[in-house]
Design a protein around this ligand. Structure first.
Ligand code: GLN
Length: 199
């Protein structure tokens, strides 16, 4: 079974772990650099990006994470996870850093306050015909796509809420809390493709 690390410093770690286990993956929670060894993919959950970034820095995880992501590890980040994958950040707190991986500019809390959280169905051509059920909770937005990244999920008004680059995917919303499995399936498919290429 593919070994998938879930960054477990803060946020909705368990929802991701449960979904990945349901898809047959072996889940490793990652809190220390040594726990990154041997993972075939990584999930960065939603939560609070400022907290996750600070804990990663304190725990010496920021550089190791930057390295594995730059090295081509398949990664899925949701909400705060998208923020942490962005190469450029708008409305971060002073000193807030990211792990990189996506050539995008992301704005934190672009949809307003917690009370303005919402759930919606979005058509995602890459995932087939059934719309994605997406929950937005103080969600970020991809404000600008760099030349290295492409839009994966776009709202009907044109705003980009999902982007990918090589095997790195960032989503502004939470697929894990609506039982939307296709992004996690895609992550596991990326692992399989990478292992085939290496064999
Ligand atoms: N607003 C949060 C942040 O800045 C993200 C919210 C979420 O992950 N649901 O990290």
């Amino acid at each position: 079974a593919p070994r998938v690390g879930v960054l477990a410093l803060q946020g909705d770690v368990r929802e991701h772990a449960r979904m990945l286990e349901g898809l047959g993956a072996q889940v490793t929670t990652v809190r220390r650099p040594a726990e990154l060894a041997g993972v075939d993919a990584l999930v960065i959950p939603g939560g609070e990006s400022t907290v996750i970034d600070r804990l990663a820095r304190i725990g010496g995880l920021r550089e190791p994470l930057r390295e594995v992501i730059a090295g081509g590890l398949p990664v899925l980040g949701t909400c705060a996870g998208l923020i942490l994958l962005a190469q450029r950040l708008v409305d971060g707190v002073p000193g807030q850093g990211t792990f990189g991986g996506l050539d995008v500019t992301v704005r934190r809390n672009a949809f307003g306050a917690q009370v303005e959280s919402f759930e919606t169905g979005i058509a995602v051509p890459d995932l087939g015909t059934a719309p994605v059920r997406a929950v937005f909770i103080r969600a970020p937005l991809v404000e600008q796509l760099g030349s290295g990244a492409r839009a994966l999920v776009t709202l009907p008004d044109g705003r980009i809420v999902g982007a990918e680059q090589a095997a790195v995917t960032g989503l502004a919303f939470h697929p894990e809390s609506t039982g939307e499995r296709r992004f996690h399936e895609r992550l596991l498919a990326q692992v399989a493709r990478r292992q085939d290429a290496a064999a």
